[in-house]
Design a protein around this ligand. Structure first.
Ligand code: LLP
Length: 418
């Protein structure tokens, strides 16, 4: 449930007409709803209320510090995958003891930064990494809190690019080898084994893959306990899907109802790493129609947002609803909605039946709050979009639109070319 709704024929973000925002801040523009973000975050904390837990928001889905601050203020932590994300999380006010760090390629510098920041734990993905963390920790005289990321070989039934928990994926440690890895980890002097982590994929629309994964992990925890390895933190990752088109994914309450009974009597702090299910439907991308173009075989609506602003349609063939910001009674047209980028894959929608918009009118790309701005780039030397947070009647610029000079800010012309 989100707070982007029509009133009469005008799309609102909470109490503010989206058109007003587009006119004030320009387009392309990311607009987020504070109350939707909060509601989605609270859906997790309420659902898992009966069990010790930490909600570690997956920063990769949306790393705006204002949005992260919102979660931090409500007791949330962060799931990070880079030194940059750690920096952002800390700047946003996230408590280090609520930060978990995953990813297959942590560098020594990143490991040192995380150790010095005293994060809750590293979710370790390989033997080399484990030994690397041990080494770095030894050098700076720290003990590294560690969970091993276990790959439970579960098919999450999602897009192949965003499935992660199968044997063939680069992520995690195969469940069959887990005991051996834990034995090694327990022997390393500067490693403190405290947890277990798993994350099977993203945009998962059924509960059963989560249940199957958890059952496998709990069996492993029992085996570990027989070997004297005590696990305090059980991190089940993120991955709950959202409705982009007509999916009816489970909500956190469904997840809790199915997962908590399995934990019965265990003294485990549960960690969850939701990204999309919190931020996805809490944000839209507003774009302006530049031109209409009739080609021989089809019609194109050319808008001012491109694949550099929102890459999901181009990269995954992802579907996003497109809504006119002001609804008019008009015929529909079967069209491709495309951006200004010089690539044939630069589209927001293909073969879409849309109400015929006119030049200068705005469209809202729905479900753009997660993996939208965070995956955007400067391709074609396009300054990145502005971001606005709406709260009731208030609207707040939380990221300025980039300028042309931002595009070359870090560049240098060597003397011999001057
Ligand atoms: N935890 C870990 C270790 C992850 O790798 C991910 C996402 C999450 C949590 C958060 O998953 P979520 O709750 O958002 O599904 N760019 C793709 C999604 C990539 C997801 C990568 N990992 C997309 O736009 O669909």
């Amino acid at each position: 449930m989100h707070f982007f709704k029509y009133r009469a024929d005008e799309l609102y973000a909470e109490e503010v007409p989206v058109k007003k925002l587009a006119e004030k801040y320009g387009t392309p523009l990311y607009v987020y709803s504070y109350n939707t973000l909060l509601r989605h975050f609270k859906a997790y904390t309420d659902a898992f209320n009966g069990h010790p837990h930490i909600i570690c928001f997956a920063i990769k889905s949306n790393s705006n510090t204002a949005i992260l601050r919102l979660f931090a203020k409500n007791g949330g932590g962060a799931d990070i995958v880079s030194g940059g994300e750690l920096y952002v999380a800390l700047k946003a006010g996230m408590k280090p003891e609520k930060i978990v760090y995953a990813g297959v390629g942590k560098t020594e510098d990143e490991i040192r930064f995380a150790l010095r920041s005293k994060i809750l734990m590293f979710n370790v993905e390989s033997e080399d990494e484990l030994r690397g963390i041990d080494r770095v920790a030894g050098r700076i005289k720290r003990r590294a809190p560690v969970a091993l990321r276990i790959n439970p070989d579960i098919d999450p039934e999602t897009h192949p690019y965003i499935a992660t928990g199968l044997r063939r994926h680069k992520f995690g440690i195969p469940i069959e080898e887990a005991l051996e890895y834990y034995r090694l980890a327990s022997k390393l002097k500067n490693i403190n084994v405290i947890g277990i982590h798993t994350h099977i994929g993203s945009q998962i629309t059924r509960v059963s893959p989560f249940v199957d994964a958890l059952k496998r992990i709990l069996l492993l925890i029992d085996k570990l306990s027989i070997q004297g390895v005590k696990i305090d933190y059980l991190d089940v990752g993120g991955g709950l899907g959202i409705s982009y088109r007509d999916e009816e994914p489970p909500v956190p309450k469904d997840l809790a109802r199915n997962l908590i009974p399995l934990l019965n009597g265990r003294k485990l702090t549960l960690i969850m790493e939701p990204g999309r299910s919190i931020a996805g439907n809490a944000g839209i991308l507003v774009t302006k129609t530049l031109y209409l173009k009739k080609a021989e075989e089809k019609e194109f609506i050319i808008v001012d947002a491109g694949m550099n602003d929102l890459i999901r349609p181009s990269l995954y063939g992802a579907y996003h609803h497109l809504l006119p910001v002001v609804r008019k009674k008009r015929d529909t047209v079967l069209c491709d909605v495309v951006g200004p980028i010089c690539e044939s894959s630069d589209f927001l929608a293909t073969e879409r039946e849309l109400s015929r918009v006119k030049q200068g009118e705005y469209l809202a790309v729905m479900g753009a709050g997660a993996y939208g701005f965070s995956m955007s780039s400067n391709y074609n030397s396009r300054p990145r979009a502005a971001e606005v947070l709406v709260k009731g009647r208030g609207h707040f610029l939380i990221r300025k639109r980039e300028t042309f000079s931002d595009l070359i800010r870090k560049e240098k012309i060597p003397a011999f070319l001057k």
